[in-house]
Ligand binder design. Structure first.
Ligand SMILES: *[C@@H]1O[C@H](CO)[C@@H](O)[C@H](O)[C@H]1NC(C)=O
Ligand SMILES: *[C@@H]1O[C@H](CO)[C@@H](O)[C@H](O)[C@H]1NC(C)=O
Ligand SMILES: *[C@@H]1O[C@H](CO)[C@@H](O)[C@H](O)[C@H]1NC(C)=O
Ligand SMILES: *[C@@H]1O[C@H](CO)[C@@H](O)[C@H](O)[C@H]1NC(C)=O
Ligand SMILES: *[C@@H]1O[C@H](CO)[C@@H](O)[C@H](O)[C@H]1NC(C)=O
Ligand SMILES: *[C@@H]1O[C@H](CO)[C@@H](O)[C@H](O)[C@H]1NC(C)=O
Ligand SMILES: *[C@@H]1O[C@H](CO)[C@@H](O)[C@H](O)[C@H]1NC(C)=O
Length: 658
């Protein structure tokens, strides 16, 4: 009760100064608590918004996607700011090219879209570590998203860079940003640290001014709002289509007895994980619930309006460990490639009942081109190319070091040691503490032996003589983005044993694959060795290359395309040095990768580099990848039926806090 009174007092104090006194030339944005709506320039305002993450769409296509959103009748867009996308190393920032958030905001402004900015520091978003930089884990015991002093000092430095950049884009300063979200679904996190939220509130006001409307977003249940809401931060909720809209908004009323109703994440689709069926949410269900939300005058943000792509290594993961694929299509109204879908037109029709739809043509779906098969040729195995891939050479350590200890945050690290004794009988190589994060490709004297995988397989049998070379190439498949498992260390995070013996005396090779691929990787042309035990199943992780030219005489090329991987198993692919992401067609559901046209050139051949981790078709047949004009992110594969339903929002709940 005391909390409630304090809260009500806080809300009164939050009312922006000068409400109602705004003239046409005075831009203001605030909340009218008596009438339960937002006030824009002193007039009642309700928004219909859609999510787009600039980090998941190439800059080249920002304008196209934003225009399509505008033409759907949206008033606003909502975007996250992924901290780790901008501050790659402590104090080293990047806001250029695809990371130029200011340009993105300017475009939205020009197109006439308002912006709801979700500034973090934590964003979830199916993004690596929920947007938190992995280097925060250099303090091993750090309590993320809490008043931990080391965490706060990193947050303070970052927000001291980001928020001053954002200030001129606030609505009252002439820009498009009407509201700024603090943290994200904090009520779903175990820490429940009100001091942390208060600290962020102060920090945001310090940089953005007192007028700015700050808000929080939490799942629509009392349980989430308990730790997610804070006096002075306007509490909003998120919920899916098909449920009871009245009941969902009543939970918001539990925290905000007065003020506008807001669903900050109304799900137009859902996320995917490797090895699980592609998520599809029927258009009818979404259209019906959207209509109910709008009919009651509530504000809504559709998450996602366009999902886009987890390029490079940016996908996140959930627990029990399951990584999200490269595509973040999300079954959203605009496809991963920005295509107009039936869902787009159906939702536009619903929005049109409440908003004036802009006149003029909707930008058409971009054409896709099937460039066809490209022959690939082997450059060499990771072991053969090691001098190039690891220019700094190995770090020697008795016990394994994690990626963070090596200050390599993404990609792959090679851990090498030798057999301490003769193992002529099959001997278990295993990770007693399930410490392979996340997937390890094991070779003995260059001969592939098998794969260890986090949460799935922590033991394989191997043989070898004393002194034989043991290579364990470890892949970081994406850090957990949700819940208490955010402190997700990568690499060999605990010891490996061979039989009864703990393996020691490692040579650990950090691999600068992206740097090397960018400059061109040269062939070592070694003969590849096939697997000892199971010859057809594994080959040593290796690089392949191929080139293709854009056909001349056809207008409007290069166009977007999709890559298919016939006969390939799992790996990473680059075109002209741009890291397109992970492929894993044997696990699915995604079997093609989206290639935006802006990374292709017509003036010279385009260079393809593939790192295949398990088995390529090369050697068995003439090997190739293939460019096709249709995506396939919905392959029917063998799924693990017991985990099918694991990732519905409510089941994400951390068992320890229920
Ligand atoms: C910054 O990011 C852009 C866009 O991804 C990239 O092209 C550029 O190389 C990066 N700059 C640095 C210094 O890393
Ligand atoms: C929806 O929830 C409200 C409030 O809890 C309740 O009164 C109503 O009966 C529910 N409607 C349905 C169809 O269950
Ligand atoms: C391992 O076995 C070889 C014979 O295959 C033998 O010569 C050698 O001494 C053995 N080494 C150890 C350390 O037992
Ligand atoms: C490893 O070898 C042992 C003994 O030969 C056998 O019992 C076990 O099933 C094998 N495990 C695997 C994963 O192959
Ligand atoms: C490996 O084992 C040693 C000896 O038991 C222990 O001191 C060390 O902390 C372990 N290392 C890791 C990364 O678990
Ligand atoms: C492709 O690789 C060649 C050889 O390394 C290089 O000269 C050329 O510039 C690259 N092309 C592109 C488009 O990056
Ligand atoms: C995916 O496959 C399911 C089952 O075959 C189908 O119902 C759904 O429409 C497909 N979705 C897409 C986006 O192709």
């Amino acid at each position: 009760m005391l909390r409630f009174l304090l809260r009500a007092a806080g809300l009164v104090a939050l009312l922006p100064v000068g409400l109602g006194a705004a003239t046409a030339s005075q831009r203001s944005f605030g909340i009218n608590y008596d009438k339960n709506y937002f006030l824009k320039d002193g007039k009642p305002f309700r928004y219909v918004s859609g999510s787009i993450h600039y980090s998941r769409v190439p800059r080249y296509y920002w304008k196209d996607r934003l225009l399509k959103m505008k033409m759907a009748g949206l008033d606003a867009i909502q975007t996250y700011v992924p901290w780790n996308y901008h501050e790659f190393k402590p104090g080293v920032y990047n806001f250029s090219g695809d990371r130029d958030i200011e340009y993105f905001l300017q475009l939205a402004n020009e197109i006439g879209l308002l912006v709801i900015l979700r500034a973090g520091p934590y964003i979830c978003a199916e993004w690596d570590m929920g947007g938190l930089p992995a280097w925060l884990l250099e303090k091993e015991s750090i309590v993320l998203r809490s008043s931990d002093l080391d965490y706060l000092s990193a947050v303070e430095r970052w927000m001291g860079v980001l928020l001053p950049k954002m200030k001129p884009y606030l609505y009252q300063n002439g820009g498009p940003v009407i509201m700024v979200q603090v943290e994200n679904e904090y009520g779903s996190y175990f820490a429940c640290d009100y001091d942390y939220l208060r600290y962020l509130q102060k920090l945001f006001h310090h940089h953005l001014g007192d007028e700015v409307v700050l808000f929080t977003t939490d799942g629509a249940s009392k349980h989430y709002l308990r730790c997610g809401a804070l006096q002075g931060l306007y509490a909003t909720v998120d919920f899916a289509p098909g449920g009871n809209v009245t009941a969902a908004f009543l939970t918001q009323r539990g925290s905000e007895p007065r003020g506008p109703l807001v669903n900050s994440e109304f799900y137009t689709g859902w996320l995917d994980h490797w090895g699980h069926p592609h998520s599809v949410v029927p258009t009818n269900t979404i259209a019906k619930t959207l209509d109910e939300i709008l009919a009651r005058g509530a504000n809504v943000n559709m998450y996602m309006f366009i999902g886009g792509t987890n390029f490079a290594y940016w996908n996140g993961a959930n627990m029990p460990y399951a990584a999200q694929p490269t595509s973040y299509d999300y079954d959203a109204p605009l496809s991963e490639a920005g295509d107009l879908t039936d869902k787009y037109f159906a939702l536009r029709e619903v929005i049109g009942r409440y908003n004036h739809l802009p006149e003029g043509p909707i930008p058409p779906t971009t054409p896709k081109y099937a460039y066809g098969r490209v022959t690939m040729e082997k450059l060499g195995t990771v072991a053969e190319l090691l001098d190039d891939l690891s220019p700094s050479g190995p770090i020697r350590s008795t016990y394994p070091l994690t990626f963070v200890q090596l200050q390599q945050y993404f990609g792959f690290v090679l851990y090498r040691t030798t057999f301490p004794k003769n193992c002529s009988e099959p001997t278990p190589l295993f990770s007693p503490l399930n410490g392979v994060h996340d997937r390890a490709y094991v070779s003995v004297d260059g001969v592939p032996q098998g794969v260890l995988e986090r949460g799935k397989s922590n033991m394989i049998n191997i043989t070898g003589k004393a002194g034989a070379n043991l290579d364990v190439l470890v892949e970081n498949m994406g850090r957990v983005n949700y819940g208490r498992y955010n402190n997700d260390f990568k690499g060999l995070v605990s010891n490996l044993s061979l039989g009864q013996v703990t393996l020691i005396d490692w040579e650990i090779y950090p691999l600068d694959i992206d740097g090397v691929v960018g400059h061109g990787l040269n062939s070592k042309g070694g003969e590849s060795k096939t697997s000892g035990g199971n010859p057809s199943r594994y080959a040593a992780p290796a690089f392949y290359t191929g080139r293709f030219s854009i056909p001349s005489g056809i207008p409007d090329l290069p166009q977007d395309t999709y890559i298919k991987f016939p006969g390939w198993t799992k790996g990473q692919i680059w075109i002209n040095g741009f890291n397109l992401g992970r492929y894993w067609p044997v696990r699915g559901p995604q079997v093609t990768l989206f290639v935006p046209s802006n990374i292709l050139v017509s003036s010279s051949p385009n260079n393809i580099t593939v790192l295949e981790l398990e088995q390529s078709p090369c050697g068995i047949q003439k090997c190739a990848i293939e460019f096709v004009d249709k995506p396939d992110i919905n392959a029917t594969l063998q799924y693990e039926s017991n985990t099918r339903k694991l990732f519905t929002k409510d089941l994400w709940l951390d068992p320890l806090i229920i």
